[in-house]
Design a protein. Structure first.
Length: 379
């Protein structure tokens, strides 16, 4: 199958260079990703059971919905070598037309809620600097390594960083077999690239449109946020190539949030974890540091659904250098998310915390560890 229109939302010529794929084959939506309404979910069913409908993933759904609304083609390819046929409402393997699954498009209730937090995002282990080797701790933190490698004493614009971030997403997605998902994510960044054309790449000058797009893409359920956090969770194994792939996006998102959003209105956040005794002891050390982006929730009830341990993190700790403000270690990003009921609060890499106390809740059969934000922030 092919597409002769320059506005086609997918690309089938795998021999083209990555940069060419981005610049020539992506159509730009008329409005930035945050300004459009999204109220439909696509499903697929591989059985005869009418009740066995399964959702397409977060980004797959966006990708399919874009193609459906643009009405440029009756088919679109998604990852896994699958073709979505809008005319006959089926999905089939690219090289096996006879193996077809039914698909459907359903309008969602605007008042829908997400009862449980996404496990991979809110319950996976939190990487602590205390668990790193002395050799790792002697090195500059990853954001500082990237700054020295790519930005220090160099003339780069925010538009350059956006392009680096988009190409990094495509490179990572291609390596993971998620090329179509990666192209959709990258396309959203190229939509706002022009907002950074005349803005020097500095810590405090991430344009709003770029920053918000980065945060939104991070909240999507995709390979990308996992790759970003893997970079920080395994600092001893990071290569320069990996740093160049993921760090541009991290730089844009981190400094947009850090210079734009504060924790003034959020005093306590929560995260559920599954920890063994040895892992739990790491959280009871006097001072600990979170090395990766860490998702927490503003609602205790959300975090208590999963895990055998509940972290209660108090954020209203006075800044010793500015008594009028609290220590800033993260930002409320729920407004950017497709899952606002999760009430996601993102703690950024390098945030320090001090251990307050530990207790055991017999009624809920759960350990509860209290932490307080601390002054030292190495980024």
């Amino acid at each position: 199958m092919g597409c002769t229109s320059p506005t086609c939302v997918y690309v089938t010529n795998e021999t083209q260079p990555v940069h060419s794929l981005v610049e020539t084959n992506f159509c730009l939506l008329s409005a930035p990703v945050l300004q459009r309404s999204r109220n439909f979910q696509w499903y697929w069913n591989s059985t005869k059971d009418q009740e066995q409908w399964q959702k397409y993933t977060d980004v797959e759904n966006e990708f399919i919905e874009d193609a459906y609304n643009e009405k440029v083609t009756t088919e679109v390819e998604i990852d896994g070598n699958y073709i979505i046929d809008f005319e006959h409402l089926v999905q089939y393997k690219k090289k096996d037309l006879h193996k077809q699954f039914r698909i459907k498009r359903v309008q969602l209730d605007r008042n829908r809620t997400n009862v449980h937090l996404r496990q991979a995002r809110f319950v996976t282990p939190v990487m602590l600097a205390a668990a790193c080797t002395p050799l790792v701790l002697q090195k500059d933190p990853l954001p500082k390594q990237y700054w020295k490698l790519e930005l220090e004493n160099k003339i780069k614009t925010m538009a350059d960083l956006v392009e680096d971030a988009a190409l990094g997403i495509i490179k990572e997605g291609t390596a993971l077999g998620k090329v179509h998902e990666a192209r959709w994510l990258a396309k959203q960044l190229f939509t706002v690239k022009h907002f950074g054309n005349d803005v020097r790449a500095q810590y405090s000058r991430v344009p709003r449109e770029i920053g918000e797009t980065c945060v939104y893409l991070y909240t999507k359920e995709s390979f990308w946020y996992k790759s970003v956090n893997d970079l920080f969770r395994k600092p001893e194994a990071v290569t320069i190539d990996q740093l160049k792939t993921c760090a541009p996006f991290c730089h844009l998102m981190h400094w947009y949030l850090k210079k734009t959003y504060t924790t003034d209105s959020v005093t306590t956040v929560y995260r559920g974890l599954n920890l063994n005794d040895e892992q739990r002891q790491e959280f009871t050390k006097a001072n600990i540091k979170f090395t990766s982006f860490t998702s927490a929730t503003k609602t205790r009830g959300n975090a208590e659904h999963s895990g055998n341990t509940l972290l209660i993190i108090h954020l209203n700790v006075e800044d010793q250098f500015n008594e009028a403000e609290d220590v800033i270690c993260g930002a409320d990003i729920s407004a950017f998310s497709d899952f606002p009921d999760e009430e996601e609060f993102l703690i950024w890499p390098g945030s320090d915390f001090r251990f307050v106390k530990e207790e055991y809740d017999r009624a809920k059969e759960k350990y509860v560890i209290y932490l307080g934000s601390s002054q030292n922030d190495y980024i």
